[in-house]
Design a protein around this ligand. Structure first.
Ligand SMILES: [Zn+2]
Length: 356
């Protein structure tokens, strides 16, 4: 049975409600947004994100951010679409996840309406309805109006990063976010206790086959990754900039425990540009890792003009040997994926390059 047939049959069930614990049988379906998607994944026998039994919206988002697109022209029926809250609450909503039901229709400049299937409190569980997506000049989706009717607070446009990807026939594994051919599922123990580190990623990094951030997510699926070149200042107290570069390694001390560190995921040159574009980042206290601490985690030679790979910096800052130890097998998978020749040719000067 394909997923549309499944959703249609569920939509015909008379007894529906919005509930944290999901149940579906012939005469009732109770679920919340992520519960609905988990039921669908089970029905389609897809692996669920990061091996989690009951992933939340944030975990579908984490996967979609790696494998999906943020463009409106790529949005098709059957795509899974999600967004997340930057700061996750202890319980309750972490964001939203839904299935696209039809092609988006442009209703005004930068405004598209699209039919979706999702489960919301307002609709009392599973329903088919219309939402509105907002875009910028480059066709990138930058916001959403989740309810087109209702009071003002409900109907307002939420500005947030949104990603989507076809639910079925993807070449990527839904369990780990890697191409299925080099699936890395169960290679690393998952932890929902996320270190206080936020990743700011240059948009070009995500397109790399070799984004080591997908490995960090396999370890910490709740980790916040924001993508862009320019960022509005984060509303998180006690921020510091982690700068694992040789340049300033000796100038600064290590951070204290209640700080939230910002890690820039970009090539050295692009990281400098991002600092230039974001004066608030430059103004933050800088934290670097002591040479001793770094060498403990350094798995390979780092060429002198590039900084560490993000996963190494993350592992060292979080003092996490499990993550550090998972890098080598992860890189081996990538080499396997693209072939040794291509790897040598394309990545020799990149920060993720390893001598194999
Ligand atoms: Zn996998």
């Amino acid at each position: 049975m394909n997923f549309q047939t499944i959703l249609d049959s569920w939509l015909r069930i008379p007894n529906k409600s919005f509930h944290r614990d999901s149940v579906v049988d012939h005469d009732q379906i109770h679920c919340d947004c992520s519960g609905l998607i988990a039921l669908l994944f089970d029905e389609l026998q897809l692996k669920k994100p990061y091996g989690l039994d009951r992933p939340k919206a944030v975990h579908y988002f984490a996967l979609l951010q790696e494998i999906g697109s943020d463009r409106i022209d790529k949005l098709l029926p059957g795509n899974l679409l999600a967004w997340r809250k930057n700061q996750l609450p202890k319980s309750g909503d972490t964001g939203h996840v839904l299935v696209i039901d039809d092609v988006p229709v442009e209703v005004a400049k930068h405004r598209f309406q699209v039919s979706v299937v999702d489960a919301t409190k307002k609709a009392n569980g599973l329903s088919r309805r219309i939402i509105e997506l907002h875009t910028d000049d480059s066709e990138k989706i930058i916001g959403v109006r989740l309810h087109l009717s209702g009071d003002k607070s409900d109907a307002k446009v939420k500005r947030t990063a949104i990603y989507h990807h076809p639910l079925v026939n993807s070449r990527f594994c839904w369990g780990c976010g890697l191409p299925s051919r080099v699936c890395n599922c169960s290679a690393i123990e998952v932890s929902l206790k996320t270190p206080a580190i936020v990743i700011l990623r240059h948009p070009k990094e995500r397109k790399r086959t070799l984004s080591t951030v997908s490995l960090i997510k396999q370890r910490y699926p709740n980790v916040l990754v924001l993508e862009g070149e320019q960022f509005t200042p984060l509303r998180i107290p006690n921020l510091a900039l982690l700068f694992p570069s040789d340049d300033i390694l000796s100038e600064q001390g290590e951070g204290n425990s209640d700080q939230t560190l910002i890690l820039i995921d970009a090539t050295w040159r692009k990281a400098k540009r991002m600092l230039h574009l974001n004066p608030w980042l430059q103004a933050l206290p800088k934290v670097s890792l002591s040479p001793q601490r770094l060498s403990d985690y350094l798995l390979r030679k780092v060429s002198s003009d590039e900084n560490l790979s993000s996963v190494e910096a993350f592992a060292a800052a979080a003092n996490d040997r499990v993550l550090a130890g998972a890098l080598k097998p992860f890189m081996d998978k990538h080499i396997q994926l693209m072939g040794e020749d291509v790897y040598q040719r394309n990545y020799k000067n990149h920060l993720n390059y390893v001598d194999s």
